[in-house]
Ligand binder design. Structure first.
Ligand code: HEM
Length: 156
C-alpha cells in the first residue's frame, strides 16, 4: 500500500467514526434523552454521552484534516481551491472548520456552560434547539460525504 492509499483509508475511517457519531447522537441519543421524564436525568445522560463523544470527535477531526491535507499536498491539489468546479473540496474544509470551531473553541469557552444553564431553566426548548442544530450538522456532513465520493470518483 502506498502513502496516498493509507492517507485515503485513514481519511475515510475518520469520517465514518466522526459523522457516524453525529448521526447516532441526532437520531438515537437526543430522542432517547428527550423521552426521559426528569430534566436533571436528561441533562446528566446527554452530558455523559456528549463528553465521551466530544473526545472521539476531536481526535477524528484532527485525523480527517491531517490525512486530507496530506493528500492535497502530496497530490498537488491546492489549485482545486481556486476552482468552483471543486466545490465539494470547499464543502469538506467548511464542514471540518465548523466542527473544529464548535469542538475546540465554542465548547470549552462557553457552549457547555450555556447548555447546562439553559437546559435547567427551559429543558424542552433547549433540547429542541440542540436537536435542530444536530440535524443541521448531521445533514451537511452526510451531504458533503456523498458529494466527496462523487467528486473523487469523477461523477460531478
Ligand atoms: C480539512 C478537511 C478536509 C480535507 C483537506 C479533505 C481532503 C480530501 C481529499 C484531498 C480527498 C481526495 C480527493 C481526490 O482523490 O480527488 C478527500 C476525499 C474524501 N473526503 Fe475529505 N477532506 C476534508 C474533510 C472531509 C470531511 C469533513 C468529510 C465528510 C463529511 C470528508 C469526506 C471525504 C470522502 C467521503 C472522500 C472520498 C474518499 C474516496 O472515495 O476515495 N472529507 N478529502
Amino acid at each position: 500500500m502506498d502513502d496516498i492509499t493509507i492517507a485515503r483509508a485513514l481519511h475515510v475511517l475518520a469520517v465514518i467514526v466522526w459523522v457516524g457519531g453525529v448521526v447516532m447522537v441526532t437520531w438515537v441519543i437526543l430522542p432517547a434523552a428527550r423521552r426521559m421524564a426528569k430534566p436533571e436525568d436528561r441533562i446528566a445522560f446527554f452530558e455523559g454521552v456528549e463528553r465521551r463523544f466530544a473526545l472521539q470527535a476531536r481526535v477524528m477531526t484532527l485525523l480527517a484534516a491531517g490525512s486530507g491535507f496530506y493528500m492535497v499536498h502530496q497530490l498537488g491539489m491546492w489549485s482545486r481551491f481556486l476552482d468552483s468546479a471543486f466545490w465539494w473540496m470547499h464543502a469538506m474544509v467548511a464542514v471540518w472548520a465548523v466542527f473544529t470551531l464548535v469542538l475546540f473553541v465554542f465548547e470549552p469557552l462557553f457552549l457547555h456552560r450555556w447548555f447546562v444553564e439553559r437546559a435547567r431553566q427551559a429543558p424542552e426548548r433547549t433540547f429542541a434547539l440542540v436537536q435542530r442544530l444536530h440535524w443541521v450538522l448531521a445533514t451537511i456532513s452526510l451531504l458533503t460525504a456523498v458529494a466527496a465520493v462523487a467528486g473523487t470518483h469523477g461523477a460531478i
